[in-house]
Design a protein around this ligand. Structure first.
Ligand code: ZN
Ligand code: ZN
Length: 270
């Protein structure tokens, strides 16, 4: 695979072009149906078009973002043909509910981000099994020593339902929930710096410490694993819980666009 193709590999997560389709189908043990399902654009046929837009936003797809490795569930990789699942690409994915395991984006042996190619040499593909780290560890043989909390599992099940069905009990358009979730997570990060709001948050979450300085689209998996279930919990029982901690005045960053009416009418126009 040449360098030019590798640079484009991030947008390939969304939709493969014909060069990639040919190249990959010649080298994959997956059936063409299984292969097609690996790409984010496959969501298109099942759910609302708007969700695709939100997935683009939610996805960590900045190729220059060196902090993010490829996300995986070690246990899923040990079952049958190993492949990296489409849903692991989504920013909203933090645990695997089927395996009751945390997702990972680093090798538990050398602690480097897991990657298909060797970032120390320019764009050179790693030439062995897709489950082998450069240090030699087979990540599919690893089992994460901690299990996700009930809140994290509940969060992921809710998100998976939302994406699969295109709606949830907050909204009939799932993209508005996903956007609001990210917004809420970024607000938690911001308001915890103010003693007044920290106190309010600590009533719900005692001992909450948040030390995340990077913008939302650069959050690593561990930052998302920490913040998104908290945001989900605050949005649960809407609008009661979030009303307790949400400031009456705030500046909405452009990256979130327009917040949905169901959110604004309870929290902004009051
Ligand atoms: Zn799994
Ligand atoms: Zn390693």
């Amino acid at each position: 695979m040449n360098k030019k193709l590798l640079i484009k590999i991030n947008s390939l997560d969304i939709e493969p072009d014909s060069i990639h389709i040919d190249l990959i189908t010649q080298n994959t043990p997956l059936s063409s149906e299984q292969f097609e399902k690996l790409f984010l654009n496959h969501y298109n046929s099942n759910i609302l078009e708007e969700i695709i837009n939100s997935l683009h936003f939610l996805k960590v797809n900045d190729p220059k973002n060196k902090k993010n490795g490829i996300v995986f569930c070690p246990n899923c990789l040990s079952k049958g043909i190993a492949y990296f699942k489409r849903k692991w690409l989504l920013t909203s994915s933090i645990v695997c509910c089927e395996c009751n395991s945390y997702l990972m984006d680093y090798c538990p042996n050398c602690f480097k981000h897991f990657s298909y190619w060797d970032t120390t040499k320019k764009s050179e593909l790693v030439n062995n099994s897709i489950t082998s780290c450069r240090c030699g560890l087979d990540i599919s043989k690893f089992s994460f020593p901690l299990s996700p909390t009930q809140l994290e599992i509940d969060y992921q099940k809710y998100i998976d339902f939302t994406i699969e069905n295109g709606f949830n009990n907050h909204t009939q358009y799932s993209f508005t929930y996903l956007n609001t979730l990210m917004f809420t997570a970024s607000m938690i990060k911001k308001i915890i710096k103010s003693p007044k709001y920290k106190k309010k948050l600590n009533k719900i979450y005692p001992d909450l410490i948040i030390d995340i300085e990077v913008p939302t689209n650069k959050w690593t998996l561990s930052e998302r694993q920490y913040l998104l279930p908290i945001a989900y919990y605050l949005l649960d029982n809407f609008p009661n819980r979030i009303k307790e901690v949400f400031p009456k005045k705030y500046n909405l960053k452009k990256e979130f666009g327009q917040l949905p009416y169901w959110f604004e009418k309870e929290l902004i126009f009051r």
